[in-house]
Write a protein that binds this ligand. Structure first.
Ligand code: SAM
Length: 271
């Protein structure tokens, strides 16, 4: 049974507006791995838990055909609304039951998503649909994010950490798997060739209000908001106000640096 955390239209809109596309460094890392392990041509890639398609669009130019799959219709609807990517098809479906024949897929990707899948069923299904020497690339970023502006030093990061501490009661088992850089999934992949590349830091420059929109998109925040909408909104507003004050009473459009530390689990199916 797939986890249903991202069904709401509002959550999908937050995703499309505020989530970061994975960095080009990750694209290069994955392409190098594919070239080395499988070799070209890279024909069919599948992006699981594609959400609104940030990662799907980033990776699509590397492949002849790209299929984005997500269990949430709202997310897929947002993804389909982005024009200009003729080699991408989006489908509603689950990572545990894929609409592909045995041995037909070159690469399975998932960005900030594999922790939501049923680990055992997902790795079994991935093993079924991948071609011999086909690869898995599962990426994400740690909770050790940093926020920087001028001479604020670590104070913005401290405020962010207080925000996430307040959400701890709403942290699911799945988020804990993501926070462990997908260790459980890495352990369950039945291929001898598997590894994880850790700690690829990437800096994004965004307005404070977009950083706060990113916080709002966290599944833990969404869970808090469902449980106590008033308290959740107050937490978000207080966090934004504290950021702006710390930065010198700037406007919400002022840009700050958000540093995400990406990781990537890579694996190759035996011949
Ligand atoms: C945190 S979002 C990541 C979205 C996108 N990949 C990104 O990087 O922005 C996780 C996505 O996984 C989807 N998802 C969760 N469980 C799933 C499953 N079992 N099969 C397919 N998609 C799933 C959710 O609907 C959600 O859109």
């Amino acid at each position: 049974m797939a986890t249903r955390m991202f069904e709401g239209k509002h959550h999908a809109t937050l995703y499309q507006k505020y989530r970061f596309a994975p960095p080009d460094e990750l694209k290069t890392l994955i392409l190098d791995y594919l070239d080395k392990k499988k070799g070209p041509p890279h024909l069919l890639a599948v992006d699981l838990g594609c959400g609104t398609g940030q990662n799907t669009r980033l990776m699509a130019p590397l492949f002849k055909e790209m299929v984005g799959i997500d269990v949430s219709e709202s997310q897929v609807e947002e993804a389909r609304a982005v024009p200009g990517f003729p080699n991408i098809t989006y489908r509603v479906g689950t990572a545990e039951k894929l609409p592909f024949p045995d041995g037909s897929v070159d690469v399975i990707l998932a960005a900030s998503a594999a922790h939501w899948f049923h680990t055992e069923n997902f790795v079994k299904e991935a093993g079924r649909v991948l071609k011999p020497l086909g690869c898995l690339a599962l990426m994400g970023f740690g909770k050790n994010m940093e926020y920087h502006y001028g001479n604020c030093e670590g104070r913005l990061t401290d405020i962010f950490n207080e925000f996430t501490d307040a959400l701890l009661p709403y942290t699911s088992k799945q988020v804990a798997i993501a926070d462990s850089a997908l260790q459980e999934v890495l352990d369950a992949i039945p291929f001898p060739e598997k590894e994880r590349v850790d700690n690829l830091p990437v800096t994004y420059k965004v307005p404070v209000q977009n950083a706060v929109g990113f916080f709002e998109s966290f599944s833990m925040f969404q869970a808090y908001e469902r449980a106590d909408p008033t308290a959740a909104r107050a937490l978000l507003e207080t966090t934004q106000r504290r950021f702006l004050e710390e930065m010198g009473d700037v406007s919400p459009e002022m840009e700050l640096d958000v540093v995400l530390k990406y990781f990537c689990v890579l694996a190759c199916k035996p011949r």
